[in-house]
Design a protein around this ligand. Structure first.
Ligand SMILES: NC(=O)c1ccc[n+]([C@@H]2O[C@H](COP(=O)([O-])OP(=O)(O)OC[C@H]3O[C@@H](n4cnc5c(N)ncnc54)[C@H](OP(=O)(O)O)[C@@H]3O)[C@@H](O)[C@H]2O)c1
Length: 286
């Protein structure tokens, strides 16, 4: 298998991250971007080649990575698949898989090999050591999976095999959409309190300070990506309903000053979280 990769969306945040990563792993890297001036400039700064016409250029490469916004990824996958040579590899890194997996399955009909990755880290990651990469294999060819995943495994990444798009989207509704949602609401609630953040911080304790770090990090991310992560994941609707259900129950308990019910709610939550092997260390880390 040829160690060359063309990255569509290679001018974007994750595209650039992957360009650097594959370059470091001795791949010949080409990035595609729609704006020639911007693409040439970024390619130069990364020290990689560029493409201004992916439909043409994918014909000559062994591997294509689609790193474009979630909504356009399925369309690009199908466009690329038609033009790839037989036996080539195509994969994406989109954060929601509902529409991506059917496109990758269709793409396999063109005699290519496909798989879907979701790196559980952002473009700021300095290394992949101990970082999870959710992986949905479409191809059954073990040598293809090994070829794509080896560079990540060699650098200490943790490959988490995922059965299908439904499992992926259900789980990331809990691990991405839910914490993003809670942290945005936390920040928003502070913003309507009538106090400025500096004043609020003066009164902050350990829990508040940690929560603030999380909220401040979340709101520095790309609002378009974060909107997609919440609006494109159909399983997040159920999670939001559960969240509001629990919030309303706890609100009633608090308003009615029902201390016993509060303890029950609290201890039930503790019992669930205590199953985490890291549970005992949590307070120490905190
Ligand atoms: N950022 C993260 O933390 C993160 C983490 C894991 C996975 N992901 C996934 O990675 C993918 C890319 O995310 P990102 O954060 O890198 O986004 P990004 O910075 O906005 O980059 C996406 C790139 O795609 C290109 N693009 C946009 N619309 C396009 C279209 N219609 N056709 C062709 N190219 C188009 C744009 O490049 P040009 O305008 O130069 O063509 C843009 O730079 C997404 O699917 C996201 O879910 C992101």
């Amino acid at each position: 298998m040829e160690k060359n990769v063309l990255i569509i969306g290679g001018t974007g945040k994750m595209g650039q991250w992957f360009a650097n990563f594959f370059k470091y792993k001795k791949f010949k890297v080409k990035i595609y971007g729609r704006n020639p001036v911007k693409t040439k400039k970024i390619a130069k700064s990364l020290g990689v080649d560029y493409s201004l016409n992916y439909v043409e250029d994918v014909k000559n490469v062994g591997m294509v990575l689609v790193s474009t916004p979630i909504e356009v990824t399925p369309k690009i996958i199908l466009e690329v698949a038609k033009n790839l040579k037989k036996g080539a590899i195509l994969f994406d890194v989109a954060s929601i898989k509902h529409d991506v997996l059917p496109a990758l399955k269709k793409a396999e009909k063109f005699g290519i090999h496909t798989l879907s990755l979701h790196p559980m880290f952002g473009p700021g990651a300095k290394s992949v050591k101990d970082k999870a990469i959710l992986t949905i294999p479409v191809t059954r060819k073990i040598e293809v999976l090994k070829f794509v995943l080896k560079p990540f495994l060699d650098s200490g990444a943790k490959i988490v095999w995922v059965k299908d798009a439904k499992t992926h989207d259900k789980m990331v509704a809990l691990t991405l959409a839910l914490p993003h949602f809670l942290n945005i609401i936390f920040g928003k609630t502070l913003s309507t309190s009538g106090f400025n953040i500096k004043k609020i911080k003066d009164f902050g304790g350990t829990t508040f300070n940690l929560q603030l770090i999380l909220a401040e990090s979340v709101v520095q991310e790309d609002p378009n990506l974060y909107a997609s992560i919440q609006t494109q994941n159909k399983y997040f609707i159920k999670v939001m309903e559960e969240l509001f259900n629990h919030a309303n129950n706890l609100k009633k308990i608090v308003l009615n000053k029902e201390k016993e019910k509060f303890s029950k709610f609290f201890l039930e939550t503790r019992k669930f979280l205590a199953e985490d092997p890291e549970f005992k260390n949590a307070y120490k880390k905190f």
